[in-house]
Design a protein around this ligand. Structure first.
Ligand SMILES: [Ca+2]
Length: 345
């Protein structure tokens, strides 16, 4: 997205302001004592100056890093079992050795395991006459699975873990090693990050494997979570916040998409987002469909052509009571309300 200089500066200012609010809203974690018997040794506690988290020597190295699979509340691939999403955790070592509890910087994305083609031949050509069938476009090649771990955001790790935060990544349903079928903008894109935040607060189950029964607890977490992301990853911040899930204290959605209709259409006419001439939502589906190889054909042949039916099924997912909105209330959760208050002050 191209921005004018003024808009770019304003965006940087708002982002800087949001980041300060973001860190400050999680800082209350310093007052949360560990529930385990072990107590943090002197020197391995978070340090805050003027409300900002400082780099602590004990947090600069020897990080604990592990992957797990969090059980969601939906079955978007329709195999009769609730989907599990792939999660990666990086946290300061004292969370393992001294019972220290820390808040979480969380980012969810469909991009952690590779992306599809952006070549013009895989887009819809806009060069056609009115009332004529659209020219066909080539089927893009399948996305090769790159890694057994989500592609981690090194900047977030370097910035936040030394300051006493855990950094958590999760792959969107149907991408990477996460189970499920991708639904661009569908209910499972809201419910998947909600499940991860529920796990961080002890309300959902995590497992060491995608199909095993060995559980993993987030007993190192204060339960306070901030989400951050740009573009699609920022959209997922908004998606999670609309569930009103307890524990999501703040979000920093940078240049998010707030309406897929307006992203692709303008008063009924096609528009081309971000300079990708001929992109439409089905192109985006192919672009993010990096999930497990085996079920991809099932997704493409059975689920993708019946997205409306799948949407109805997902909307009946077992929603946690915290996700239900009271009639007449704002469609956004308390997290967004706090963000609005920050923006006004
Ligand atoms: Ca399933």
């Amino acid at each position: 997205m191209k921005l004018t200089s003024h808009r770019s500066n304003m965006l940087k200012f708002k982002l800087a302001l949001a980041l300060v609010c973001f860190a400050q809203s999680l800082c209350v974690a310093q007052d949360s004592p560990p529930s385990t018997n072990a107590k943090p040794a002197a020197g391995s506690k978070p340090v805050f100056v003027d409300g900002l988290a400082q780099v602590v020597e004990a947090f600069k190295s020897d990080w604990v890093q592990h992957d797990l699979f969090v059980e969601t509340e939906f079955d978007s691939d329709q195999d009769g079992k609730v989907d599990r999403v792939h999660v990666s955790v990086t946290r300061p070592n004292p969370t393992q050795t001294e019972g220290l509890k820390v808040p979480v910087i969380y980012q969810s994305s469909p991009y952690y395991a590779g992306m599809g083609s952006t070549s013009p031949e895989h887009m819809w050509s806009p060069r056609q006459n009115l009332n004529s069938p659209p020219p066909k476009h080539a089927t893009p090649p399948a996305i090769p699975q790159e890694s057994k771990r989500p592609r981690l955001n090194g900047e977030h790790l370097a910035e936040w873990v030394p300051r006493g935060f855990a950094v958590v990544h999760s792959s969107s349903p149907g991408t990477g090693l996460s189970q499920g079928c991708p639904t661009v903008g569908g209910p499972n894109e809201s419910l998947a990050p909600k499940a991860v935040i529920d796990w961080l607060n002890g309300r959902a189950r995590g497992f060491t494997s995608v199909d095993g029964n060995e559980e993993v607890k987030a007993d190192w977490c204060t339960g306070k979570v901030g989400m951050i992301g740009t573009s699609y990853n920022g959209t997922l911040c908004l998606a999670a916040a609309t569930t009103g899930v307890d524990g999501l204290e703040c979000i920093v959605p940078v240049a998010p998409n707030t309406s897929y209709y307006h992203y692709y259409r303008s008063n009924g006419l096609v528009r081309h987002p971000g300079g990708y001439m001929g992109e439409d939502i089905d192109v985006l589906y192919d672009f993010i469909h990096s999930g497990l190889q085996h079920p991809r054909r099932w997704h493409a042949q059975e689920l993708r052509p019946n997205q409306r039916r799948l949407q109805r099924i997902l909307e009946k997912s077992r929603l946690h009571p915290s996700t239900r909105q009271d009639e007449g209330s704002t469609p956004y959760g308390p997290c967004l309300q706090r963000l609005e208050r920050h923006a006004r002050t």
